[in-house]
Design a protein around this ligand. Structure first.
Ligand SMILES: Cc1cc2nc3c(=O)[nH]c(=O)nc-3n(C[C@H](O)[C@H](O)[C@H](O)COP(=O)(O)OP(=O)(O)OC[C@H]3O[C@@H](n4cnc5c(N)ncnc54)[C@H](O)[C@@H]3O)c2cc1C
Length: 299
C-alpha cells in the first residue's frame, strides 16, 4: 500500500484509473474539487500493445496514454491519486465510505463517488487463445482491423459471425468463420469451417488454427467475442440497479440509482443504447459527463 499523507473526507472519490476514471478526476480537479482517484493498476486493455480509434492518440501505447493523463492530473492541487485496491463501498452519512485493501483497513469518506472500475473479459476456452489475446486474438474491428489490412482473418464463434465479416470485408483479404462444431450461420464470409477447433498457435502469418480434422488455417488475426464481467462487487454492495448486460444502469449524465454515486466507462450502460459502448474515447466521455453531473449534484 502507498504511504498516505492523510485520510480525511473528499468531495469525491473516483475508483478506477483507466480512461473513464482519469477523465472524471480531471473534470473534478478543473473546478478544484478535492478528488481522490484510487487505482488498482489493472486495465482492460493491458494485453494490447497499442490503442486505436482514439483521436489524437491513434497508435499510442495505453500505458503512455495513462502516464500523460496522470501527469496532467497531478498539476491540479486538489487532485490526489493513490495506487490502492478498494474492497468495499457503502453509503455513510450523506456520502460514501470506501475501504481499502490494506493491513489497517483504511476507510476514506467522500460526499460523492464515481465508479469507473471497468469490466473483465472472459475468453472462449480454446487452448492457446489466451496467450495471443490482445494483438492477434482480438474482439473489436475498430480497435484492431486496419492492422490486418489485405490479410486473411478468422472469426471464431457463431455470435460474432453475424456481423463481423461484413464490417471487415473492405479491410481484409478474406474472412473464414470457424463455428467450432456449431451449425453454420448466415454470414458475409466466403468460407465457413465447422470442425472443432483444437488450438491457436503463434505463427509467422499471425495465428495458425488447428482443427480436429482437416488442414490447419493460417490467418493474421482471429476475432472472438468475450463475456464481460464486472471487476468488483461494488454494484451489489451499494444495491445499484443493473441491466441484463451485467453493467450498472446509468442515465446519460452517468447517474446511477443512488444519489451522488455516479458511474462511467465500460462498467456503466445507458439503457437507451443497445450495449455498453466500450472504447477509450467513450469511457473518457462518460467520465467527463459523470464527474460534471456529480459537481452539479454536490452543489
Ligand atoms: C484487448 C483489448 C484491446 C482494446 N483496444 C482498444 C483500442 O484500441 N481502442 C479503444 O478505444 N478501446 C480499446 N479497448 C477497449 C478499452 O480498453 C476500454 O473500453 C476502456 O479501457 C474502458 O475504460 P475504463 O476506464 O472503463 O476501464 P479500464 O481501462 O479497464 O480501467 C478500470 C480501472 O479500474 C481500476 N479498478 C478496478 N477494480 C478496482 C478496485 N477494486 N480498486 C481500485 N481500482 C480498481 C483498475 O485498476 C483500472 O484503473 C480494448 C479492450 C481490450 C480488451
Amino acid at each position: 500500500m502507498t504511504d498516505h499523507a492523510y485520510s480525511t473526507d473528499y468531495d469525491a472519490i473516483v475508483i478506477g484509473g483507466g480512461p473513464a476514471g482519469l477523465q472524471a478526476t480531471l473534470t473534478l480537479a478543473r473546478v478544484h474539487r478535492r478528488v481522490l482517484m484510487l487505482d488498482s493498476g489493472r486495465y482492460r486493455n493491458d494485453p494490447a500493445s497499442h490503442m486505436h480509434n482514439v483521436v489524437a492518440h491513434d497508435g499510442t501505447p495505453p500505458a503512455d496514454f495513462r502516464k500523460l493523463a496522470r501527469e496532467q492530473v497531478a498539476a491540479y492541487p486538489t487532485a490526489t491519486t493513490w495506487e490502492d485496491t478498494v474492497v468495499a463501498v457503502r453509503p455513510e452519512g450523506e456520502g460514501y465510505a470506501v475501504e481499502l485493501d490494506d493491513p489497517d483497513g483504511t476507510v476514506l469518506t467522500a460526499r460523492g463517488l464515481v465508479l469507473a472500475t471497468g469490466v473483465r473479459d472472459v475468453l472462449p476456452a480454446v487452448p492457446g487463445l489466451a496467450e495471443l489475446w490482445g494483438d492477434r486474438v482480438v474482439h473489436c474491428p475498430f480497435c484492431h482491423g486496419h492492422e490486418f489490412a489485405g490479410q486473411p482473418v478468422a472469426v471464431l464463434g457463431t455470435v460474432p459471425a453475424g456481423h463481423l465479416p461484413a464490417i471487415l470485408a473492405p479491410v481484409v483479404s478474406h474472412t473464414t468463420v470457424l463455428t467450432d462444431g456449431a451449425a453454420p450461420v448466415p454470414t458475409a464470409a466466403s468460407t465457413t469451417r465447422t470442425e472443432r477447433v483444437t488450438g491457436l498457435h503463434p505463427s509467422g502469418t499471425g495465428v495458425r488454427v488447428t482443427f480436429v480434422t482437416g488442414p490447419d488455417l493460417e490467418v493474421a488475426g482471429v476475432y472472438v467475442s468475450t463475456t464481460l464481467e464486472q471487476t468488483t462487487p461494488f454494484a451489489e454492495q451499494l444495491g445499484l440497479r443493473t441491466l441484463p448486460s451485467g453493467c450498472v444502469e446509468v442515465d446519460v449524465m452517468g447517474r446511477t440509482s443512488l444519489p451522488r454515486a455516479h458511474a462511467a466507462g465500460d462498467m456503466a450502460h445507458v439503457a437507451a443504447l443497445p450495449m455498453p459502448m466500450s472504447s477509450v474515447i467513450s469511457a473518457a466521455a462518460s467520465g467527463a459527463m459523470a464527474a460534471g453531473s456529480l459537481v452539479a449534484a454536490l452543489l
